[in-house]
Structures are given as C-alpha cells and as structure tokens.
Design a protein around this ligand. Structure first.
Ligand code: TYD
Ligand code: MG
Length: 458
C-alpha cells in the first residue's frame, strides 16, 4: 500500500507546512497553499523515465581518485549569456530561465536555438504557442537554422519519448508550467506536476547527456506554481529583471553548479530581438534628469563589473496616519531603517512624509554600498535641493549615523570616471584606498551622515 502524507506547499515560493495557512510566512503572499499528497511509492504503471533514478551507483570512490575533468561546454552563441553561465551551457545540464511574462524568455531561447554551437538537432518544445507563432518570431529574429525542430506538445510522456529517440544536441522547453504527466493526478501548473515533470526531465538530461533549458513564468496571481519550487532540482537558475518602461533587460545567475553566481548579463530589447549591451551604465544613465532634486547616482558591483545607476526619491506629506514607504528595486526594510537613521541622527522631519524610492531601469539592488545614495536622494527631495552635477555617491550607513567603507572602489570609480563623473562622495574610511587609485576625480570624504547634509546640501 502506498503511504499518503499530506503537506501543503506554497505555489509561489515552495514553502512547506503540515497544515493549511492563509498567508505564506516565507513570501508573505495570501492564499497560495496547495495540498500535495505524496505517494511514497510510484504506481506500477509509472514509466521508467519517471520511476528510475539517474544516479544508480553502488560502490564508492576515493575523493583523490575521482577524475577532475572540466565539464564539456558549448557556446550559447550569445556573449553575455555565455559569460554568466561560466563559458556556455554544460552538456547534460538542466537550466531554468525564469521571469515575468513578456520579458523576453522565449525570445532569448529562440536566439539561443539559432546561434548555439551544437552540431545535433535543436528541439524546441512549446506548450504555449503554435508552431506558426514560433515560426513568425523566428522570422522576425532572422533565424532559419535547418537543425531546429519545433514541437507543440504538453504531454511529458510524448516529450520524454521524443528526447529519448532523437537525443537532440539541445532541448528547450517553453514553459515547464504547461507540461503535465499522465501519471500524476493533478492539474498542469500545480506544484506536484511541475516538480515531478522537472524531476523527469532532470533524469533525461543526465542519463542521455542532453542539455535541457526550461522556461519558468514568474506569476503574480499565484494560480500556477512559480519557478522557485524547482530551483533546488536544476543545475543553473537564471532570472530576468527589468521593467516594462525601459528596453533594458537584465539576466542574473542566482544559482550555478558550474560557475560563479552573482554575474549579470545586460540586453536591450530591440526590433531584432535581444542585443547584448556592453556598456550598461551608459544605457542606465541615459535620459536621466540633470540637477533634479531627488536624483542621485551610485555604483553597484555585479559579479566582475561595476554598474552605475540612478536612485530616485520622492518625499511628500502624507494623507494617512501611517506614512507610506514604497520601494522598487530596494529592500523595504533596509530603506525603513535608513529613513529612521536620517530622522533621528540628523533631525530631518520625515516621519510624517510618504517616501517613494526607485531604482531606475528595473534593476534590483541589495548592496549596502548604496545606503548613502538612497539617503542623499531622500534628503535632496525633502529639501528640494539637487545634488551637484556629475557626482557619484558611495557609502554604507550604520545605525549610529556613521559611514562605513565600500569594497571594490576601483571598479566603481573607474567606471564613473570613464562616463565623465568629476566627483565622488566617499566615507573617510575609504580614503587610503581611494588615494591609491589611478583615477583623476575629486574625492569628498565624509565620516558621518550629518556631515554629508552640511557639505552637500548647504
Ligand atoms: P517573449 O520572449 O515572448 O516573452 P516571454 O517568453 O518572456 O513571455 O517577448 C515578448 C515581448 O518582447 C513582446 O512584448 C514583444 C517583444 N519583442 C520585441 O520587442 N522584439 C522582438 O524581436 C521580439 C521577438 C519580441
Ligand atoms: Mg514565452
């Protein structure tokens, strides 16, 4: 007899509990729990592809005796993508590409199909679009590679047979949430289906050495399971970032079993698809307002590169009993803390003001090196005084209002100097490091938050 154990899994983030909950304690979303009845044994009818494990070794090996060959890789044909993958796709690996609907996942993967350095067949499986829709997109992107085969299919069993039979050089599944397995009695897009089908594809990828790329939609309404619930199974996780208002698209590697994480690729969405952007800072700063109160430029380090970006703040008297704290691209708790430091250490009366703080361009940042820039934007909006032009602001803010040094100064400052910045506001503790840099830029050293206000806005 199969033993059934009921658990409840959050569709959005994969959080598991033994009882139903209205609000997920992990991702704070409401009404996202699905009951998942786990069968402890597979039904007799289950296909070998679902049943068998791909690792079936009995003995053990000494660590020192295991060969340490580099995994064979092939180029995706897209330079920025290769860079964040660590040199291209690894053979037999399972990669997840996640992002909001319409951000460019299918476009990117069609471009990969057209340009990837593989000799075999490229199998593009779509459960979302008809073949003619895919053909039209390929035409728009100028892709007419002979070795691309299209398949409109959502049955895992069919796709599994197809992959086993053809052993393609690359397989793309668009999207994982549309697939279903007949063996599993729950709806396509549910937590159980999505997990089991991913596990099946993982076994296929490893046992046949076929690289598989999965598309995963990040959904807001929570009706279907989000890609986070399969992150732990795949080898590599790439997420798209970007907002609808700009053509800039970022792709971040949040997990990579074959390379570094934290690297970020930049693309521009054009009429001819996604184009690699080498100088992301220039694109992010283009069209920024000059001498506008509330706008401050800072630099973040993503992997091996520094990126300059604009932080905007708008402070306005509140109409509510609890002032609003809205952020986009920033951690709201961190921003609340910073606002409290500004209020109490510099006696700036912002307690009765709504604060709206954005990172321009749709990027998400979690570096503390941007603390000071956030508060400069807030104070600049509050006082109506712009920061002087072409000035970069760097520094972490502590709870006592002290400023702490930032890492990777050279990357950040040389990028700014290249783009014509003439001055940089820095914590005093970074002085010795800054003075050693071969960049000609004026440094303004500050030790405390209160000093910053006196020096920059008086
Ligand atoms: P798509 O790749 O279909 O998004 P996803 O698969 O992530 O849901 O991209 C959809 C958007 O991209 C759509 O709004 C149109 C735009 N687009 C371009 O601007 N240029 C192009 O060449 C293509 C193919 C799409
Ligand atoms: Mg799509």
């Amino acid at each position: 007899m199969a033993k059934k154990k009921a658990t409840f899994v959050c569709r959005n983030c994969g959080y598991e509990t033994s009882g139903w909950m209205g609000k997920c304690p992990s991702c704070q979303q409401y009404n996202t729990f699905d009951e998942v009845k786990e069968e402890r044994t597979m039904p007799e009818s289950a296909k070998p592809s679902l049943k068998a494990g791909w690792i079936a070794e009995r003995g053990t090996s000494k660590l020192s005796e295991v060969s340490k060959e580099e995994e064979p890789r092939f180029s995706s044909g897209i330079t920025e993508l290769d860079r964040i993958l660590g040199g291209g796709f690894v053979e037999g690996s399972l990669t997840l590409v996640g992002g909001d609907p319409g951000i460019g996942k299918s476009t990117l993967l069609m471009q990969v199909s057209g340009a990837a350095n593989v000799s075999g067949e490229i199998l593009y499986v779509s459960g979302e679009e008809s073949k003619s829709q895919i053909r039209m997109r390929a035409d728009r992107l100028g892709i007419s590679r002979e070795s691309i085969s299209l398949c409109s299919q959502t049955s895992f069993e069919h796709i599994s047979d197809l992959i086993t039979e053809r052993k393609p050089g690359l397989c793309i599944i668009d999207s994982i949430q549309t697939l279903y397995s007949e063996e599993i009695a729950s709806a396509p897009g549910s937590v159980t289906q999505t997990r089991e089908v991913t596990a099946g594809l993982l076994r296929l990828a490893k046992s046949l050495n076929v690289p598989i790329v999965l598309v995963g939609h990040v959904t807001k309404d929570g009706a279907i399971a989000g890609p986070r619930i399969i992150e732990h199974m795949v080898d590599t996780v790439l997420y798209f970032e970007g907002d609808g208002s700009s053509s800039l698209r970022m792709l971040r590697a949040t997990k990579n079993r074959f390379g570094a994480t934290g690297e970020m690729a930049f693309f521009e969405m054009t009429q001819e698809g996604l184009r690699c952007v080498e100088n992301a800072s220039a694109l992010l700063l283009s069209g920024r307002p000059h001498m506008a109160p509330g706008s401050v430029i800072t630099a973040v380090v993503e992997g091996t590169r520094a990126i300059l970006l604009e932080i905007q703040a708008l402070m306005s008297p509140t109409a509510y009993s609890n002032p609003q704290r809205m952020t986009q691209g920033l951690d709201r708790n961190r921003v609340s803390m910073l606002l409290a430091v500004l209020e109490s250490k510099c006696r700036v009366g912002i307690a009765n003001m709504d604060a709206y703080i954005n990172v321009v361009g749709g990027m998400r940042i979690d570096e503390t090196a941007c603390d000071l820039a956030i508060l400069c934007a807030v104070y600049s909006s509050f006082s109506g005084k712009p920061l002087r032009e072409n000035t970069l602001v760097l520094g972490e803010v502590g709870l006592t209002g002290e400023l702490r040094p930032v890492s990777d100064l050279e990357k950040r400052i040389s990028d700014a100097a290249r783009l014509g910045f003439s001055a940089c506001v820095l914590p005093g503790a970074s002085k010795s490091a800054a003075e050693r840099l071969p960049v000609k830029i004026e440094y303004i050293y500050v030790d405390r938050l209160s000093e910053v206000i006196d020096i920059l806005f008086s």
